[in-house]
Design a protein around this ligand. Structure first.
Ligand code: BG6
Length: 523
């Protein structure tokens, strides 16, 4: 397959420059994994790029004991290993704005101490207003912390009329089923308004995912063919080579459906399939996403096996190295039935998408890390080239590549040079990295900045969360009631027969998972 490279014209038209106002950032779970792998590095990069106000500080809060200085040393170490932008001077300046407080999340005294520390640090750093509480803690602690923040008067610290400046950021999972998602929301909404709540789905911060709306609605050529008349099927894949790693405690009670499908996967479906919003305002975009979720056909419980497959990785090889099976991983129950792979076929019951299958799959310990959305167009109705049959003219495929490299590719047929009529499939590839010559920002940078400037477009609204849980309820109940074990696939597999059968019975195939090396041609 040949490749055609794009170039940039009219660079930087319509750049909406955003910088955060004065902000206090209170991180619960500050000594934990997420804070050190993602949050601190992302905050530092924003700071180093002058996107944060000078009137800014971070107050970490956790159960482990650290002095401010000890926590700063730990934070600096994490920032050095997780951020590409390393300027010692900027890092010193940033680290000087980091503080720490320890305590038990269920102790009222902790919140009194947080309140007085905030008052002192607000004065020291001249911060008023933007007060962000970030819950980077296990989900079972969400309600405890939120209730304490409410009773300590911290949910509305700046007084009536200004409470929108106090924000609550929570990580997925937002509940583990419909009922718990509603309960969690009822608890949060007793203290915080929806306009204060930022539910993070980090996939929405990825460049290519954000670009779906630009591609669809800032170009005239795609929307006319973006429907059942021209599109044969849509495939969305999130394949990982990583296993459960050190998160068995959480993962073994969740599984791929709750961990990836309810959130990242369905969010990508909404962006690909939603109708054009009337504006790019947060609630107009979120209204359309919710409308789309409502149009997804509920799973038919009597034919559920035709629409979804579960798998769990067994022992196998990843990058030539032997790895354990899921049930042998530390912290996983030895007879666990938790799925590490889920695939499903969805239909969207509206005029645009009637009859177009959406095939979705996500799994751990697969052959390659490969995340993409592939839109396969319909086959030609007829071949006018006498020497080339219809079957030799593959359909056009538009691929939005999300990982490991972010980009877009479009395949089409063209004549091979020469006297004979020979077709060749060309691939027009656009790689963000090679065209813009920059490393793409970490998804958290964009989301943290949006939260600070008060833009909720890329955050999930409560109705969105509830509808997606509602959609998955038949699957979750079926597995719970039938206690069926998932299929075991060897780690390092591309797929397995039951997953293949889901799509092959429709006469289609899963796309191959690309190994990293296959992307090197874009560099
Ligand atoms: C997280 C899941 O939300 O996303 C993890 O909890 C998963 O299990 C991760 O590994 C994948 O994110 P990314 O950005 O690496 O595709």
């Amino acid at each position: 397959m040949k490749e055609i490279k794009p170039s940039i014209q009219n660079e930087d038209r319509f750049c909406a420059e955003t910088a955060a106002g004065p902000s206090a950032f209170i991180v619960f779970g500050a000594s934990g994994d997420l804070a050190h792998r993602k949050l601190l590095g992302s905050m530092f990069t924003l700071f180093a790029e002058n996107l944060l106000s000078d009137r800014f500080y971070i107050l970490g809060c956790g159960r482990k004991k650290f002095s401010d200085d000890d926590f700063r040393i730990k934070a600096e170490k994490s920032i050095r290993s997780s951020s590409d932008f390393l300027s010692s001077k900027r890092l010193d300046d940033f680290a000087g704005r980091i503080y720490y407080i320890d305590g038990d999340y269920d102790d009222t005294g902790l919140y009194e101490r947080i309140a007085s520390r905030i008052a002192e640090l607000n004065q020291k750093h001249n911060v008023e207003g933007n007060l962000i509480f970030y819950l980077s803690v296990p989900p079972f602690l969400y309600t405890t912390i939120v209730e304490h923040l409410g009773s300590a008067g911290l949910a509305c610290i700046t007084g009536p009329g200004k409470e929108q400046q106090v924000k609550l950021v929570i990580e997925k999972p937002f509940g583990r089923d419909l009922r718990s998602a509603v309960d969690l929301n009822n608890c949060i909404s007793r203290c915080f308004k929806e306009s204060q709540i930022y539910r993070i789905d980090h996939y929405l911060g990825k460049e290519t995912v954000q670009n779906i709306l630009m591609l669809r609605f800032a170009n005239a050529i795609f929307e006319p063919v973006w429907n059942r008349n021209y599109i044969d099927n849509v495939q969305i894949t999130i394949a990982e080579t990583a296993g459960v790693e050190h998160r068995a405690g959480y993962y073994d009670t969740s599984g791929a459906t709750r961990d990836m499908f309810q959130n990242h996967m369905l969010q990508m479906v909404t962006l690909v399939a939603m109708e054009p919003p009337i504006s790019f305002e947060a609630d107009r975009v979120r209204d359309e996403k919710v409308r789309l979720l409502r149009s997804i056909r509920p799973f038919d419980i009597t034919r559920i096996n035709e629409f979804r497959v579960r798998g769990q990785y067994g022992p196998g090889l990843i990058d030539g190295k032997e790895v354990k099976g899921y049930m042998e991983e530390v912290g996983v129950s030895p007879d666990s039935k938790t799925e590490t792979f889920v695939a499903a076929k969805l239909f969207i019951d509206n005029w645009r998408w009637q009859g177009v299958p959406f095939y979705l799959r996500t799994g751990k310990r697969l052959a390659a890390k490969d995340t993409e959305i592939a839109i396969t167009f319909k086959k030609l109705p007829y071949s006018m080239f006498s020497s080339i049959g219809l079957d030799e003219l593959p359909p056009n495929v538009l691929v939005l590549k999300i990982q490991p490299e972010e980009g877009i590719s479009l395949s089409f047929q063209a004549k091979k040079p020469g006297p004979k009529i020979c077709m060749s499939t060309l691939n027009m590839n656009f790689s963000y990295k090679s065209v813009f010559l920059v490393d793409l920002p970490e998804a958290y940078q964009r989301l943290l900045l949006d939260c600070m400037v008060g833009d909720q477009t890329l955050f999930t609204r409560q109705d969105d969360v509830e509808i997606s849980w509602q959609l998955l309820t038949p699957l979750l109940e079926d597995w719970q009631q039938n206690e069926s074990a998932p299929y075991i696939y060897p780690a390092g597999s591309e797929s397995f027969p039951q997953a293949d059968a889901l799509i092959e019975k429709d006469g289609r195939q899963w796309r191959r998972l690309l190994a990293k090396s296959a992307y090197d041609i874009y560099q």
